[in-house]
Unconditional design. Structure first.
Length: 175
């Protein structure tokens, strides 16, 4: 556990240390590269960037304009699973909520990623728990972040799940 904590700290620092120009240029490249994953009528799960996370606003705008249904996560702390609600809506009882298996593509935030496709997240386990609960359909899982978040190996646990792809400003890995 200590290895993960130290790695998370180092990766947060690396991401935060990107200059404004590096961040802006990388964000534009990544958002542009992600646009090939947009399909009219398909459900795409994204996240709201917090702190120094990669901002997906340009991708979200393009996806909505092209007719994709864009959703954002809503945490169910009791079950440690995610629900997804339409982008920009506030959650209340009548809000349409979908589970991850109803998404065609999920863009996952991360702190780190290795060449085998294993991601290091914030540590809550919400994405891994939600992915493990998919029974009928498994969405395409794409990790997104900056090149400085690529590491040799991510410490793994039995419940960790590899992603299908990772996109950053320098490359796109498929696993």
């Amino acid at each position: 556990m200590d290895d993960k904590r130290l790695l998370r700290t180092a990766l947060r620092r690396a991401r935060k240390d990107l200059s404004p120009l590096e961040r802006r240029t990388a964000t534009q490249r990544i958002n542009r590269c992600l646009k090939k994953n947009i399909r009219r009528g398909k459900n795409i799960a994204v996240y709201r960037a917090v702190g120094s996370e990669l901002n997906l606003n340009d991708f979200i705008h393009s996806a909505r304009r092209r007719g994709a249904q864009v959703f954002e996560p809503l945490i169910d702390r009791r079950s440690r699973r995610l629900w997804f609600i339409p982008w920009g809506q506030t959650a209340h009882r009548r809000t349409r909520k979908l589970r991850m298996e109803r998404m065609s593509t999920v863009l996952l935030p991360l702190l780190g990623i290795d060449r085998a496709g294993f991601r290091l997240g914030q540590g809550g386990g919400y994405y891994d728990t939600s992915l493990a609960a998919c029974r009928v359909h498994h969405p395409r899982r794409i990790g997104v972040g900056f090149a400085c978040q690529c590491v040799a190996a991510v410490p793994r646990e039995a419940h960790d799940q590899a992603l299908d792809a990772f996109v950053c400003e320098r490359h796109e890995w498929r696993f």
